[in-house]
Design a protein around this ligand. Structure first.
Ligand code: DER
Length: 226
């Protein structure tokens, strides 16, 4: 589809930013997959990287398939560049991520990288986070019921994620609670802080001031933000 071509263009542009010897973080999702494919082609053409850390089992498998040398954060706790998609991007480049369920490792790899570049199509741009997607919150299964109560007390309508008819379990063996805020999210930073204060919460899909740059692939070609 046209949207796929835009995602592909953004992924290819991000692959051009990878330089010899770099340590790379690999995002998760359909847009990140285009980046992974493009990086594989660049490696075949002679690019040499020091290694790549995948943010999910899915990205690990695709990267292995296209011949990307994989490594871990234990071997390389500081990366040069993390490339990933997003579900929503607001005007301050704050992100909502996690529709794919990989938000914990995505946020860990993003925070270990010098630069975090987001690749997306125009449909991800929103005026306010929470407009089109719920806020995903990864939760330790043991505490999920009290956590649900606390999230509801914050004004969320909170639901444990179900995928293909069964409870979704993350790569970290946790649950994901999707939180909708009917009255909108006026201050995503303070919401993120309040959610983190709930005992049993592992991580949220609010990536506040983590993105260094955003590449939007769209009808007029590539747009770089800021
Ligand atoms: O779940 C995630 O965080 C993904 O990165 C998601 O935000 C983007 O997925 P997409 O590129 O398939 O839209």
């Amino acid at each position: 589809s046209e949207q796929d071509n835009w995602k592909k263009a953004a992924g290819e542009a991000a692959a051009q930013l990878v330089q010899d010897g770099m340590l790379i973080g690999l995002g998760t999702g359909s847009t990140a997959n285009y980046f992974i494919q493009a990086l594989g082609l660049r490696l075949q053409a002679g690019l040499q990287i020091a290694g790549a850390v995948p943010s999910s089992n899915a990205s690990h498998d695709l990267a292995a398939q296209v011949g990307i040398p994989l490594t871990t954060l234990d071997a390389h706790p500081e990366l040069d560049l993390y490339i990933d998609g997003a579900d929503e991007i607001d005007p301050e480049l704050r992100l909502l991520k996690g529709a794919g369920g990989a938000l914990v490792r995505e946020k860990i790899v993003a925070s270990s990288a010098q630069r975090f570049i987001v690749i997306a199509d125009p449909s991800k741009q929103v005026s306010h986070l929470g407009q089109n997607f719920p806020v995903p919150v990864e939760v330790t299964p043991f505490g999920v019921s009290p956590v649900l109560k606390h999230l509801q007390a914050l004004g969320a309508s909170a639901q444990i994620r179900v995928k293909n008819g069964s409870t979704f379990i993350s790569d970290n063996s946790n649950l994901i609670v999707d939180c909708r805020f009917p009255q909108g999210i006026s201050d995503p930073s303070s919401l993120d802080a309040r959610i983190h204060q709930i005992v049993g919460v592992v991580e949220t899909g609010l990536f506040i001031h983590m993105a260094s740059q955003v590449i939007i692939g769209g009808p007029n070609g590539l747009q770089y933000l800021p």
